[in-house]
Structures are given as structure tokens and as C-alpha cells.
Ligand binder design. Structure first.
Ligand SMILES: Nc1ncnc2c1ncn2[C@@H]1O[C@H](COP(=O)(O)OP(=O)(O)OP(=O)(O)O)[C@@H](O)[C@H]1O
Ligand SMILES: [Mg+2]
Length: 264
């Protein structure tokens, strides 16, 4: 089997503890695939913010990352969540190295919207550290923390995990970009899962606001990544062996379908 570069975003709700994701990642690595994992974990960060009694404000339903929150989010995502994932992969016999978007110049961002605080929008990706790790057969596990310049000062910036996965997949010209999430795929206005979407249809879904909330950055990231990646899949990470099934192309014959987003 030819060696494939596969970028996998694992969502906070499917961080691998209750499903087969981590076992599948190790198995796919053993089969010779080059895997890059980008993880979420916003819920774990929220839990810690609450434990530390750091108040959270929202603008239009979106969390504002202030200076105090940024410290906790960085510590939790690139510390606790990232290291627990790395250790879990190693415990299963896999080879993993954890890093964040700050490490090795991976994700350079600018502050997206000052109203939302220290949240970065990706400007450049330097995939060199990922390539180095893949060359040595490690699975890089990327925490969604980046760095960028704010009013002339270079600092940490939070970044959306879906956007990070999309930009990383594009920079690596990955064979596949797969989002593992907590729904069975992208749903249409009647609630049915759409098995295949092209870019035009995906844009229409965003415009019509049928896709909202956490689905929006996934679709936006997919559209951008499709400039170099041939297929993107958004699948239910809670289903057993969703990942190897979609990689083997079995999804159309099984219940694991999810949504494939294609260029044309
Ligand atoms: N059209 C749609 N089809 C499917 N899901 C949708 C749609 N519109 C909005 N959603 C929401 O998007 C959610 C998935 O995004 P969410 O950000 O919650 O998860 P995640 O990205 O996998 O995890 P995390 O953000 O913690 O990394 C679904 O649970 C669903 O509520
Ligand atoms: Mg999300």
C-alpha cells in the first residue's frame, strides 16, 4: 500500500477515550501511513476556566479569550490534553510527539477580531517540523495554539482546531483530511446527512445557515484545504473504526458514511 499523508482532526467530544480512535490511529501508523493529528479540547479548557473561577464573556455567542483565559487555554490544550493523547498513543504501541502551533514556527497567526480577544487567524504554515517527525515515523499531535504579532508584540494566540487542521493538510498536500466529530456528518435542512458535497454546495450550506456553530469552521477549512487535498471527510468519531473504514473507502457501503467534500 502506498504511504499516505492523512491529517485527522479529533474533536473535543471524541478525544479518544470512549471510542476506537486512538487504537485506529496506531494501527494506521503501523500500516505505514503518515498521520498528523490536530486535536480540540475546548470543553476541557472551559472546565479548567470554571475550576479556576476565571469568568468567560461571549460576543455573539462566541467565547472571548482574554489574557487570563489564554494562559489557561494554552496550559490545558498544549499541556494536559496534548500530553494525555501522546501518552495514550505510546501506551498502545504507537510513536507520537506532541507539539503546538507555536513550535517550530508551525502556525503564524494574526489577531482575527479584537472583540474576541487573543484568537488567531492563520497567516502562514511552516510544515517543516511535521515533515521532520513524519520522516522518523512519528505521529505529530498538534495542539491548537499558535503565535502571532499583536500591536507589535509577538505572543501566544488561541486558534481554531478545524482551521489548523485544514491549513496543515493544505501545507502538507495531504492525501486526506478527516474531521472526527460528534455528529454523523453534515446535515441538510431536513436533518438528513449529506453524503457528498462539492465546494459550491458547501458554500451554499454556509450561506443558508443550515450549517452553524462548530460545523462552520469545518466546512470553511475543508473548502480551503481542497485547493491541494483531494477529499475531505467529516465523520462520526464515536463510531467504532470510523477512521480506517473511511480511509479504505468503505464508507459508502457501511453505516459510517459521514460527509465527503470534493472539489468539483
Ligand atoms: N448542518 C449541520 N450538520 C451537522 N452538525 C451541525 C450542523 N450545523 C451545526 N452543527 C453542529 O456542529 C457540531 C460539531 O462541531 P463541534 O465544534 O461541536 O465539535 P468538534 O469540532 O468535533 O469538537 P471540538 O470543537 O471540541 O474540537 C455538531 O455537534 C452540531 O451540533
Ligand atoms: Mg469544534
Amino acid at each position: 500500500m502506498p504511504k499516505k499523508i492523512i491529517v485527522v482532526k479529533i474533536g473535543g467530544s471524541t478525544l479518544g477515550k470512549h471510542d476506537t480512535t486512538l487504537v485506529d490511529l496506531v494501527e494506521l501508523q503501523k500500516q505505514g501511513n503518515s498521520l498528523v493529528v490536530v486535536h480540540g479540547g475546548a470543553q476541557v479548557a472551559s472546565d479548567w476556566l470554571a475550576r479556576l473561577s476565571i469568568p468567560t464573556s461571549f460576543v455573539d455567542g462566541l467565547r472571548v479569550t482574554d489574557a487570563e483565559s489564554l494562559k489557561v487555554v494554552t496550559a490545558v490544550l498544549s499541556g494536559l490534553v496534548n500530553k494525555e493523547l501522546v501518552v495514550a498513543i505510546q501506551a498502545l504501541g504507537g510513536r507520537a510527539v506532541g507539539l503546538s502551533g507555536c513550535d517550530g514556527n508551525l502556525l503564524w497567526t494574526i489577531m482575527k477580531n479584537p472583540e474576541l480577544g487573543y484568537v488567531g487567524e492563520i497567516v502562514t504554515v511552516d510544515p517543516a517540523p511535521l515533515k521532520l517527525l513524519l520522516k522518523e515515523s512519528y505521529m505529530p499531535m498538534v495542539a491548537p495554539i499558535s503565535f502571532g504579532s499583536v500591536e507589535g508584540r509577538v505572543m501566544l494566540l488561541n486558534v481554531n482546531g478545524d482551521a489548523a487542521a485544514g491549513e496543515i493538510a493544505a501545507a502538507l498536500t495531504a492525501d486526506k483530511l478527516i474531521f472526527l466529530t460528534d455528529v454523523d456528518g453534515v446535515r441538510d435542512a431536513s436533518g438528513r446527512v449529506i453524503s457528498r458535497l462539492n465546494i459550491t454546495e458547501a458554500r451554499a450550506l454556509l450561506r443558508s445557515e443550515v450549517a452553524t456553530g462548530g460545523m462552520v469552521p469545518k466546512i470553511e477549512a475543508s473548502i480551503k484545504a481542497l485547493a491541494t487535498v483531494s477529499t475531505v471527510h467529516i465523520i462520526d468519531g464515536r463510531m467504532s473504526h470510523a477512521l480506517p473504514s473511511v480511509i479504505a473507502g468503505e464508507s459508502e457501503r457501511s453505516q459510517l458514511g459521514g460527509t465527503s467534500i470534493v472539489p468539483g
